[in-house]
Write a protein that binds this ligand. Structure first.
Ligand code: WTA
Length: 649
């Protein structure tokens, strides 16, 4: 951890929306009188019927209920498109940069965004989608992904975006879980010079779906794709038939806008539910203030729309603010490690937002890939997804930002809808590796992990919880409100439990120390170890598996698997490879195991519970301090695991 302090430059602070004094005043006001604060800031979006009630929140287990602006009505798509047409119809809403630099970029104006979104909305209606129906999106990073999200919002349908890198099995689970009426996909998704067969994957997924579900297919590559009569429809065919205007539905502030599946410490991924009014208020306010977005700026977030970052900070936040948002189809290293910086130069990007894993990977390629590009347009840099190590922070600051761009290290989660702790670039002095201080209305607390007591001293270390609600908070788990309460409100009564550990330093700055549950963070992608375990034990030769994270130079955390085979099976390198491919097929390439150790036995308590703490220590190469092993049923198992541990380099 580094305590070097980087204050905002006087010049930046002077032109910023929020300087230090204003941050303090507004933050205090937001806690002192949340009703008044959000009464005012809830006006940043256009309401059809204005709200009269600001908030109604209960965090008590058994009665958890979260409502913001509950009697207001609005349409999210109208906020992201229609309200800008009079003043900025010709302004670029989306710049689309394709996977290959040889293909032409697109500039989509707000007027065009309106027409394309309406067409897509009418196409969905043609397929029978109405208010409240679920639509799954399984898409490449193309403008149609944004049109589809906004089209759902326009007609009051609930979208559930599934990352294009997920397998057909994972897609099927999400289509079933949300009982989606339509899956919107594309023929293929080009990425890094290779095409992922999305439509073929979707076909396989639908084999595992028992309810009636249609496919709406966008033509991206023109690859040869079989279409199933009656079930599959080309978007361009439907669009040729429908009008380019579609009136927005009047929705309640608390009507669901989207479901997004995310991994937890137990069971299958859960569908995080976000609603309309509070979510949009939060996404747009944080986008404007955290990135210090000003009219005319070109803003780029490199995430995929399959993750919450893509929802809040490629689509909803920027478009609600009438911004120009860049959408990139490709990867940072294709055709070479200069690609990000070439795109910044080409489109004169002002704010650039990416993940620490990408920064570390590019840092490893050497600074010449950055130095050959003109990055003088950059004004601000951001990171998200995992703790950033000071070395990567400093490289980002010195080499990419040339020492002139503030860095915002934004801590948040799928569940939080948008940033909760982050520097405000004109207000907050930054420390490399710290997400610094809370955004308006956010009350972080550090609890003692054992006692659950709040630690009130400034310096503290423990479990990170949030004391009261903010408008962008998730409202429920799709179809399982009890699971919502149990996951987030049962361990520490009266608080929202984040699942993260943290340290608060003498200046009141927060440092996220990583997850305290069985969730690991691989290249900024969140994964439940239980998911990888259940994929492994689904293999006919595997009898038992335990999965933990271990420190990885580029990915942040790597996936370390301990596997016990069925009696009589042979432990071979070929089988290791087979298991790795198996997990990729079951979940997707992002879940690919880095290391598989054969474990004739797993350390268990006498009651048969796997002692993951010990497995974590062995994977971290830190077995000098295994802690209490007195409850182990068979202590010799541990010696064997240590002796045969995998080489991590
Ligand atoms: C981690 C991504 C440290 C954290 C927006 C959190 C971070 C999980 C940061 C959520 C950060 C995210 N510093 N850790 N700036 N941002 N995390 O739901 O462990 O994919 O709980 O949301 O990522 O991951 P999720």
């Amino acid at each position: 951890m580094s305590d070097t302090i980087h204050p905002p430059s006087a010049e930046f602070a002077e032109n910023a929306h929020i300087d230090a004094a204003r941050y303090r005043a507004l933050y205090d006001a937001s806690l002192r009188d949340p009703e008044a604060f959000w009464q005012e800031h809830g006006q940043r979006i256009d309401w059809i019927k204005p709200f009269t009630k600001v908030k109604d929140v209960n965090f008590d287990l058994g009665n958890v209920s979260i409502k913001w602006f509950e009697d207001g009505t609005l349409n999210v798509a109208a906020n992201c498109i229609d309200r800008h047409l009079a003043s900025r119809g010709d302004q670029t809403a989306i710049i689309w940069e394709p996977d290959s630099p040889d293909e032409e970029a697109l500039h989509i104006s707000y007027r065009e965004l309106h027409a394309r979104t309406c067409k897509m909305a009418n196409a969905l209606k043609e397929l029978g989608v109405t208010r409240g129906d679920r639509v799954v999106l399984y898409m490449p990073m193309i403008p149609e992904a944004a049109y589809a999200m906004l089209a759902c919002a326009r007609i009051g349908a609930i979208h559930s975006v599934v990352f294009g890198g997920f397998s057909s099995d994972a897609l099927a689970a999400r289509v079933n879980g949300s009982e989606a009426k339509v899956v919107v996909t594309a023929d293929e998704a080009p990425r890094g010079g290779r095409n992922t067969p999305l439509k073929t994957n979707a076909d396989k997924a639908l084999d595992g779906v028992s309810h009636d579900c249609k496919l709406l297919v966008v033509q991206r590559t023109g690859g040869d794709i079989p279409m199933q009569e009656g079930r599959d429809h080309w978007l361009h065919d439907l669009e040729a038939k429908v009008a380019d205007d579609c009136p927005p539905e009047e929705m309640n502030a608390e009507d669901p806008l989207f479901i997004l599946y995310t991994s937890g410490s137990t069971g299958a991924p859960k569908g995080v539910v976000h609603t309309s009014g509070g979510y949009l208020t939060w996404a747009s306010m944080t986008h404007e203030l955290v990135f210090d977005y000003h009219d005319g700026d070109i803003y780029w977030c490199t995430a995929d729309v399959g993750w919450v970052t893509g929802h809040s900070y490629i689509v909803y936040g920027p478009l609600a603010n009438g911004a120009t948002t860049l959408m990139f189809e490709g990867v940072p290293t294709y055709p070479d490690a200069s690609r990000f910086w070439q795109v910044c130069e080409k489109h004169k990007v002002n704010q650039f937002y990416t993940a620490p894993t990408a920064i570390r990977a590019l840092m490893g390629k050497g600074r010449e890939f950055v130095d050959r590009c003109d990055l003088s347009s950059l004004k601000l840099l951001g990171t998200v997804g995992e703790p950033i190590n000071p070395e990567a922070w400093n490289w980002y600051n010195d080499v990419v930002g040339q020492g002139r761009c503030p860095i915002v290290d934004t801590w948040w989660q799928t569940e939080t809808g948008g940033h909760l702790m982050t520097p405000l670039p004109g207000a907050t002095a930054t420390k490399p590796g710290s997400c610094t201080t809370p955004f308006f209305g956010v009350e972080p607390v550090v609890l003692d992990a054992q006692s659950g007591e709040e630690i009130t001293s400034t310096e503290a270390e423990g479990v990170l919880c949030i004391k009261s609600s903010w408008p962008g908070q998730m409202r429920s788990v799709w179809g399982d409100h009890e699971r919502f309460e149990k996951t987030y409100f049962s361990d520490y009564k009266g608080y929202y439990f984040t699942g993260d550990g943290c340290r608060r330093d003498k200046d009141g700055y927060y440092w996220i120390t990583g997850r305290v549950d069985d969730v690991i963070n691989v290249s900024g992608h969140r994964m439940g170890t239980a998911e990888v375990e259940s994929a492994l034990v689904a293999h006919p030769k595997v009898s038992e598996a335990a999965v933990v994270g271990y420190p990885h130079d580029v990915k942040g955390q790597g996936i370390y698997c301990y596997v016990t085979l069925m009696a009589g099976e042979e432990y071979t390198d070929d089988l290791r490879k087979e298991l790795r491919d198996w997990v990729r097929k079951e979940i997707g390439p992002i879940a690919s195991p880095d290391l598989i150790q054969w474990a004739p036995g797993l350390p268990k308590t006498r009651s048969g519970k796997i002692m993951r703490r010990i497995l974590r220590k062995i994977a971290e190469d830190d077995f000098g301090s295994l802690g209490d092993t007195s409850t182990l049923a068979e202590p010799a198992v541990v010696d064997d695991l240590i002796e045969n541990r995998m080489n991590r380099s």
